[in-house]
Design a protein around this ligand. Sequence first.
Ligand SMILES: [Zn+2]
Length: 197
Amino acid sequence: MSEDKYVGRKFKTDLTEKEVMEDTRIYEIIRLGEKFKKIGLLPKENGGYGGNMSFRNDRGFVITAGGVDAGKMDPQKFVQVLKCNIDTGKVFAEGLMEPSSETMMHYIIYRDKPSVNAVIHVHDNIVLENAEELNIKTTPKAHPYGTPELAYEIEKTIGHEKYIAIKDHGVIAIGKSLWEAGKLVESMHDATKKLKQ
Ligand SMILES: [Zn+2]
């Protein structure tokens, strides 16, 4: 859906090569990814893969790596993000791979919302096409993925919502847990499909 080609990360990572610490939530993301892939929410697009997921921990947050298929994950493809600076475009992280190109929009949500512990971003095209009819809040302007402009636009739009659409791009669900955010992604998808039958 996104019009710009996948050209990689639009920020620089200060990456310490180190495997991410064991956490059961890593396996929760792996299972969610498999489920979302099956229903078409993680499409291969423009030479990259749509969708990324993260959860908060006491050191920052753990996110799926960039350029990987979030529907086919293993623990080596997760990255511990420690710190971000949106304006200088710098991410401090630990992992065996670079973090998702959309790390900044996850970061901004965790920064603003202390009660949020999970962020899920998928490319749900059926919801996106019907967002207005469904009364789903949508970012007013389209911005290229991974840019500070997109992160700020999401920050402005989200308010108290737990699920918003990103114009011409995808959707974001947030929650206290991966279970909560994942449930939201699924139920919005199912409800839209039903409506359109
Ligand atoms: Zn995306």
